[in-house]
Design a protein around this ligand. Structure first.
Ligand code: ZN
Length: 306
């Protein structure tokens, strides 16, 4: 596919931006139990539009809205019996957006998001390992059957639960993108995003030996991205990506000047690329404007290189 050819040719692959945060920005209420996981069922037209806007902005890969769609999360949200329908619909909407955009199926890849998000975003509600493994395998196989081109693991930030998700992704036989989330706790101390007691290095050392195809530094604050890419690069010879978040919780982006914010974001991507990133995009808080700005920035980078 296009993203694989670009990597082989030494070009930078453009990913999409935030989907859950973008649904929220466009007025879709988030579920306390499943975050944006119900949107394919409750607001399919908004989700379709978001995917189309990211493709129009130039994304080579879009991520289906299945981050909060494991059976154990949807059950907690009261939608357990719709598990299969919601996952299938989420993938269909991404594929439909590609079709409506007029792009060849080879040009824009659809990744299925797989996370170990606990119900209600509460780590005390993680299911026991055998249940988690069963449900994550079920979801990974369903995403593959629904037609995704890639399994994108997102917010892997521990060694136990993340390893179960990773095994489920690998069992599909599809390319596996390992998405890890880091936070800078001190000038040189990287931990996982949500857990101060988990060293980022330990997460990498647990998951990278399982042999993902790509490792993405994602859902990570901008100040930690370069250090996190360096930490991945010390352990992984394959392609590294970066799709950080922007501070949308404290500074709602829609109150800022979107163009200025997007251009500032895109300017930072040159630093990620200098550190070795070969795939770039955005996570929470980024919008189609951010991806369009990245698209322009990548053109400038390509022009400068010999
Ligand atoms: Zn995010």
């Amino acid at each position: 596919m296009n993203w694989q050819r670009k990597l082989a040719a030494g070009d930078v692959v453009l990913l999409d931006g935030g989907t859950g945060s973008e649904l929220r920005r466009r007025g879709v209420p988030m579920s306390a139990a499943a975050w944006s996981g119900l949107a394919a069922h409750t607001h399919p037209e908004v989700l379709l539009r978001i995917h189309r806007d990211y493709i129009d902005a130039g994304a080579d890969v879009i991520v289906a809205n299945t981050f909060g769609c494991s059976r154990f999360v949807l059950e907690a949200a009261g939608f357990g019996e719709r598990f299969e329908a919601i996952n299938r619909r989420a993938v269909e909407l991404a594929i439909e957006a590609r079709r409506l955009s007029g792009k060849h199926s080879d040009a824009v890849a659809v990744a299925g998001s797989l996370s170990n998000l606990p119900p209600n975003m509460d780590v005390r509600q993680h299911p026991p390992p055998h249940r988690a493994a069963t449900d994550l395998n079920e979801q990974a196989q369903l995403l593959a059957a629904a037609g995704v081109d890639i399994i994108a693991l997102e917010m892997m930030q521990d060694t136990r639960h993340a390893a179960l998700a990773m095994a489920a992704a690998l069992a599909t036989g599809l390319p596996v993108w390992l998405g890890v989330s880091a936070r800078l706790r001190a000038p040189t101390r990287l931990t996982s995003f949500d857990f101060p007691h988990i060293d980022f290095a330990d997460v990498l050392d647990a998951l990278i030996p399982m042999r993902p195809d790509v490792v993405n530094v994602m859902h990570t604050e901008l100040d930690a991205v370069a250090a996190a890419i360096d930490a991945v690069g010390e352990r992984f010879a394959g392609p590294i990506g970066a799709y950080p978040e922007v501070p949308y919780q404290t500074t709602p982006i829609w109150r800022n000047d979107p163009a200025g914010t997007a251009d500032e974001f895109a300017a930072q991507a040159e630093d990620w690329i200098a550190h070795g990133a070969r795939l770039v995009g955005g996570c929470c808080g980024t919008t189609p404007r951010h991806i369009a700005a990245l698209h322009n920035a990548l053109r400038r980078v390509a022009h400068r290189s010999p």
